[in-house]
Design a protein around this ligand. Sequence first.
Ligand SMILES: [Zn+2]
Length: 123
Amino acid sequence: MNAGLLKGSCHCGAVKFEIRTPLLPATRCNCSLCRRKGALMTAAFAADDLTIVSGKEALTLYQFNTGVAKHFFCKHCGIYPFHQTRKDPGLWRANIGCLEGVDPYALEFSVSDGQSLSVVEDA
Ligand SMILES: [Zn+2]
């Protein structure tokens, strides 16, 4: 899939963003956080390929375990739009469910073993 411009937003619309990335390979993750949020994520992309169009002030940061990954969510609607990855802090992934014109249920995906990246038991 080519790396076209994709537009995304959180549920309430406070956070709007654009990313330039291939959607695939789409990934789910089995870490303790992703198990709970259940989002399908884009392929990883460089920080420069993410533009926060509006709502930077609506974003809240959540970190756990190693404290490397940065998980952002909208403080108004609670939706996770994108995060900075644990494996490579230069790379980001976005929530495919937030993207315009993309059906996350129509995509094939693999499950990434985020659980094994945790250094604390049961994290
Ligand atoms: Zn929101």
